[in-house]
Design a protein around this ligand. Structure first.
Ligand code: ADP
Ligand code: MG
Length: 322
């Protein structure tokens, strides 16, 4: 499947290096701190991350991270292992508490949510993991229906009864991901790539406002990686949902994301478009030496693309040589 080039958002708000953006960020944080509506600048701001820090002991896993997102976008977070990517997503999803800072989603102060409000946020903000986090012995369809867990009564969950329309919707979603024929199978019988598609289906079933994905394709083959990345890209384009994905490869970030955030030692060291993410910038983000090779962070999809490009060059050279 050919992926159309992503639509770029024209608004420049959201670039931490932009002085005006940081001014707006501070104003939003001040407004939100006073419990005011944060939508008064005439610009709709979806997400404000303001000076968020997470410390483990004395070490800051995330160190004073700030950025704003004007409109729902598909955002990739890159950086070497230990840069703080997972910790950041875990704070957004409230799996772990921040040490300081604020996160506002559509004006909601999400780090302050407690009890049922926190659980409601967690169902509005779904998380996809590298290890799928499915119930292996349960059938595929029930795993997808589990996406509704936070929205259903304990009783119906206990007896595992779902309204027919929910089951139809689950199968529809599985169909879109090309695995409807697996719906009745035990999840553990599926391949890794198929299981990640089930995890995506569960996230879609949840109909969340924001999809977080923590290295969702790190253990997948190229074909499954593409299917798994295409799904949130489409959700973003069609339903205007925000997606934030930690990605272990540069080429995936460049290919699928409107915007890329680079983290190094807990800090945001890059925030820009895929075009601005040059090899030199990437080298800085990864803290690599001059012999840095993008191949090291490339998935096989990228390798195949380069292989095809090389083949094409050879063909052209051959044609020229007659
Ligand atoms: N639960 C924890 N306890 C102590 N240190 C942690 C914990 N989770 C993460 N860290 C540390 O925080 C830093 C960032 O980790 P992480 O967010 O997992 O990075 P990434 O996802 O970019 O690989 C690392 O130095 C890691 O060792
Ligand atoms: Mg991680």
């Amino acid at each position: 499947m050919k992926i159309p080039p992503p639509k770029r958002h024209t608004s420049q708000i959201g670039f931490t290096r932009d002085a005006q953006a940081s001014q707006i960020l501070n104003a939003y944080i001040a407004q939100a701190a006073q419990g005011e509506d944060t939508n008064t600048f005439g610009v709709y701001v979806a997400l404000v991350v303001g000076q968020v820090t997470k410390k483990f002991g004395r070490k800051a896993a995330v160190d004073n991270a700030s950025f704003t997102v004007a409109k729902p976008a598909m955002i990739g977070i890159i950086g070497r292992s230990g840069a703080g990517k997972s910790t950041f997503l875990r704070m957004m999803n409230r799996l772990t508490d921040a040490s300081s800072g604020r996160i506002l989603f559509k004006g909601r102060d999400i780090l302050q949510l407690d009890g049922s409000a926190r659980r409601a946020w967690q169902s509005d903000c779904t998380m996809i993991f590298q290890q799928f986090n499915l119930v292996p012995r349960m059938d595929v369809c029930s795993n997808v229906l589990h996406g509704l867990l936070n929205k259903r009564s304990t009783l119906s969950t206990l007896f595992n009864t779902y309204p027919t329309e929910d089951i139809h919707r689950a199968v529809d979603i599985l169909d879109r991901l090309g695995i409807a024929d697996q719906a009745a199978k035990r999840t553990e019988a599926l391949s890794g790539g198929q299981q990640q598609r089930v995890a995506i289906a569960r996230a879609l079933m949840q109909d969340a406002e924001i999809i977080l994905a923590d290295e969702p394709i790190a253990s997948l083959d190229p074909m499954n990686a593409q299917i798994v990345m295409d799904a949130p890209r489409r959700i973003h384009e069609k339903d205007g949902r925000m997606v934030i994905a930690n990605l272990h490869t540069l080429d995936t970030a460049r290919r699928y994301c409107d915007r890329v955030i680079g983290m190094r030692d807990g800090r945001i060291v890059f925030d820009g478009t895929p075009e601005q993410l040059t090899t030199g910038v990437a080298r800085d983000i990864y803290g690599a030496k001059a012999d840095f090779s993008e191949e090291a962070t490339s998935t096989e999809i990228g390798a195949i693309a380069r292989y095809k490009a090389a083949e094409q060059l050879i063909r052209e050279a051959e044609a020229e040589a007659g």
